[in-house]
Ligand binder design. Structure first.
Ligand code: SF4
Ligand code: SF4
Length: 339
């Protein structure tokens, strides 16, 4: 049974939440004899432009200072997103991170300017043999993985597993999780600029009036989605395997790493922080949890929300937890240690 450490507190004061997170981190360090390497990136999510419920930098500062005091070099690490927006390329992503106040340590965007740089991590599981993980993640053996526990349209909820699966994957890895097919071009939106054809490394796009993708040549790298100025290229979503895909990519991202996972049960919204608008909370703030087992941590977050609210919020995500346990990422059974 894995241990999950929990401080229940409905505060919305970010300074207080930062102290709570540090207290939990220290407890995990102490109980697991965790020793750090010289550089430890902190995996975060900077929030989409216009989103107001992402976890802000203030919630991480005590942990950042704790690492610095130990002579460890912290940084923030993230990867570019699949869809078109302020976090699609490294340059615009860094600009948004700064606008959202993430300024205290250097930022690493792990998968290159347009999300095409990755390492293949072999996993040989039911849905994937390899995972395409952002290249810079390969430079480190440890991460502190910060997650915002909240809903997600396709996954049920977003927590530690989703942070690993989507947050560590390069663009083509994200694409592989969402879809097993090539993207499609909207004839209506396409202005025939040809940028996608120039970008495609696989000669899979031809201009026939508008851009047309050859499914046989397309590898699903999603590079064309990032460069289209009109947002004319979109994924064909494949819902069926998505919940299983997430578990397997989370496994690939965590493979061989010695991570500590911290989840903030605050600003719990129905949708995720990739939504670029203000959303109302569906439940009050609950507190912060930490563990070395991401499956136990997500299970505990979900159970506590459901028990406290009396509602079966985000239940769909249990499929991912089951599969993650089946493939050996962690355990769903946990012992809660309340501090
Ligand atoms: S980049 Fe977009 S607008 Fe330009 S040709 Fe390709 S699909 Fe059409
Ligand atoms: S997804 Fe990649 S391979 Fe497929 S058309 Fe777009 S750029 Fe080319």
């Amino acid at each position: 049974m894995s241990k999950v450490y929990f401080i229940e507190n409905n505060t919305s004061n970010y300074g207080e939440l930062s102290q709570i997170a540090l207290k939990l981190l220290k407890k995990v360090e102490e109980d697991t004899n965790h020793s750090y390497e010289k550089e430890v990136p902190v995996k975060v999510h900077f929030g989409e432009k216009g989103n107001s419920t992402y976890v802000p930098e203030e919630c991480y500062l005590d942990i950042i200072n704790h690492l610095k005091a130990k002579d460890i070099k912290p940084s923030y690490i993230e990867s570019n997103v699949l869809y078109r927006g302020a976090r699609t390329t490294t340059s615009s992503h860094l600009k948004l991170a700064e606008e959202h106040g993430f300024t205290s340590v250097p930022i690493i965007i792990a998968d290159g300017e347009t999300g095409t740089e990755y390492d293949e991590v072999a996993i040989n599981k039911d849905y994937f043999n390899i995972c395409k993980i952002g290249k810079a993640y390969g430079n480190y053996n440890q991460f502190i993985v910060m997650s915002h526990f909240k809903g997600h349209e396709m996954a049920g909820f977003g927590g530690a597993l989703k942070q690993l699966a989507m947050g560590f994957a390069a663009r083509s890895g994200k694409m592989a999780q969402h879809s097993s097919v090539s993207p499609v071009v909207s004839e209506k939106r396409c202005i025939s600029c040809g940028l996608c054809m120039e970008k495609c490394d696989f000669d899979a796009i031809r201009m026939v009036g508008t851009a047309v993708i050859n499914d046989e040549k397309c590898t699903g790298c999603a590079g064309c989605i990032a460069v289209c100025p009109e947002g004319a290229i979109r994924n064909k979503w494949d819902n069926k395997s998505f919940l299983y895909n997430l578990a397997e990519y989370a496994y690939g991202a965590a493979k061989g790493k010695d991570n500590i996972y911290i989840s903030y049960l605050i600003n719990i919204t129905h949708d995720c922080d990739c939504i670029g608008k203000h959303m109302n909370n569906i439940y009050e703030n609950i507190g912060v949890m930490a563990s070395k087992d991401p499956v136990a941590l997500d299970s505990a977050c979900l159970d506590v929300l459901q028990q406290m609210s009396g509602k079966e919020y985000f239940d769909k995500g249990r499929t991912t937890l089951e599969h993650a346990e089946k493939i050996g990422l962690g355990r769903r059974k946990y012992e809660i240690i309340k501090l």
